[in-house]
Design a protein around this ligand. Structure first.
Ligand code: ZN
Length: 487
């Protein structure tokens, strides 16, 4: 069946750039785009028309955490890292902790994240560290099947993973931090991740893909990373790893291995075109790191690795990537990820635009088009997907229709500028994945948003109680948050 969308504006891909077509048309047959241009030559079975719509390629959230979002509302000064110790990192490794949520609550917790991501315009969601609370405190393997089933029902495209690590940072009863290392735990985690890949890679007509996510450079041993590299190459899987996300991580890696996190990954032969570096902020030349301002960028570019840029969670703690134009000018593929709540890919673009200018000390760059391209083609290229992130014949019919008629949008001259500068995910009217409508009039069709909104409160209350019970210093959540505010 051929569907034709006629809209006020269409972002057409010409093979090298997005070009806006005024009063453009997009036609697709099943899951594949047939035509993008001014006037479709094909007879359509269904015509959808809205002069206020800006038709964009589906946005790709290159770094998200399904199931972690419900905790983000407590964050003030920083990322979950400040809060997580009381949840996860007690004297013993958290693998030994009992799950804190019922299977039903786990499922709802995952669905809350997914719903928010797709209704904000993300058609592809990359779960970059094996689903925060789901896997750390969950009940695998039931939760794994539940997550895949939920993605299938919502209709999104997703890259899922089971994260693993060989070391855990934890807080002792005296408040100090230490590391617990367990090589066997890491290798067993890799085996589980491969089993997950064998079971679910390609599920739901290929909408579900699996990647490997060794959690972070500072908690995975060189042996675990080498084993990951070998397994991924043999199975043809992508890898994403949190890299250079904290200044203290740089100190730690320098102490252990005598180099920056990026330098360390280069030295052990880990980097390559199939590697996505999550965040990748604290590289050589960053104001907090010092050293050669070109060196780490060159290592990434020469290896053909990509960066998943998530400005929001780091802006909360006063950190930023220096700078988006510099990464792009080195030829590095940069995609956009939301990391955590509100998981709004359009707002994330806006912040990448603002902070990119701020850290680059230029008004001219990054442009709106550069961040729009990062959230579409950049993320798709990081995934090795020439059929995503662009509206062109042969590409997947993953399409986002943004309503530009809102008062806050104002008059539109260039819809890409209007989208990045003035819109949020709440302006998303309709979302197609594989040619099927999964969001209409801003609502996710196959989810009960009101029930999930209510469930979120219950889930958060449960996690608060668990956090207080598990805090090694015996603090309540209120006192933990109070502590954050004064540090
Ligand atoms: Zn992350």
């Amino acid at each position: 069946m051929i569907t034709l969308i006629k809209a006020g504006w269409v972002a057409a891909w010409d093979g090298a750039h997005h070009r806006v077509i005024r009063n453009g048309e997009v036609a697709f047959d099943g899951d594949s785009i047939l035509y993008v241009g001014a006037q479709c030559p094909f007879a359509a079975d269904e015509v959808v028309e809205d002069p206020n719509w800006f038709v964009c390629p589906g946005f790709i959230n290159l770094h998200g955490h399904i199931g972690l979002d419900v905790m983000a509302s407590v964050l003030d000064v920083g990322r979950g890292d400040r809060f997580a110790p009381s949840l996860d990192f007690v004297e013993r490794a958290p693998l030994f902790l009992e799950p804190s949520l019922s299977p039903t609550a786990q499922q709802q917790n995952a669905e809350i994240s997914l719903v928010q991501m797709v209704k904000s315009g993300a058609t592809t969601i990359v779960d970059a560290a094996g689903s925060g609370t789901i896997w750390w405190l969950g009940n695998p393997p039931e939760d794994e099947a539940m997550l895949v089933e939920t993605v299938g029902r919502i209709g999104a495209r997703a890259y899922l993973s089971l994260s693993y690590r060989s070391g855990r940072s934890y807080q002792k009863a005296d408040g100090s931090r230490d590391w617990h290392w367990d090589e066997d735990m890491g290798m067993a985690g890799l085996s589980e991740a491969m089993r997950f890949a064998q079971e679910f890679h390609g599920a739901h007509d290929g909408r579900v893909q699996v990647m490997l996510c060794p959690h972070a450079v500072d908690n995975c041993s060189p042996d675990l990373l080498s084993a990951t590299r070998n397994e991924a190459r043999q199975a043809g899987l992508l890898i994403q790893i949190h890299t250079a996300q904290y200044a203290h991580e740089v100190d730690l890696i320098r102490q252990r291995y005598g180099d920056t996190p990026v330098g360390h990954l280069h030295n052990i032969g880990f980097l390559g075109p199939d590697i996505i570096l999550g965040h990748c902020i604290f590289i050589s030349g960053h104001p907090s790191v010092g050293g050669d301002s070109e060196r780490d960028l060159r290592l990434i570019a020469d290896a053909g690795s990509s960066v998943a840029h998530s400005p929001l969670p780091f802006a909360r703690s006063g950190d930023a990537l220096y700078s988006l134009p510099r990464y792009l000018d080195h030829g590095i593929t940069v995609g956009i990820g939301c990391d955590i709540w509100p998981a709004d890919i359009i707002s994330e673009m806006k912040l990448a635009w603002f902070l990119g200018k701020h850290t680059n000390r230029t008004a001219e760059r990054p442009t709106c088009l550069e961040v729009f391209t990062a959230a579409t083609v950049g993320s798709a290229n990081a995934l090795g997907r020439s059929d995503l992130g662009r509206l062109a014949p042969g590409a997947k019919a993953d399409i986002v229709c943004v309503d530009l008629s809102g008062f806050h949008v104002g008059p539109v001259i260039d819809p890409i500028r209007s989208l990045v500068a003035f819109c949020t995910g709440r302006d998303v009217a309709r979302v197609y994945v594989d040619g099927k409508v999964i969001v209409d009039e801003g609502k996710v069709l196959n989810a009960d948003e009101e029930a999930l909104r209510r469930a979120a409160h219950e889930i958060q209350n449960t996690l608060y109680k668990v956090a207080a019970q598990r805090d090694p210093l015996g603090r309540t959540v209120d006192s933990i948050l109070q502590l954050e505010k004064t540090t």
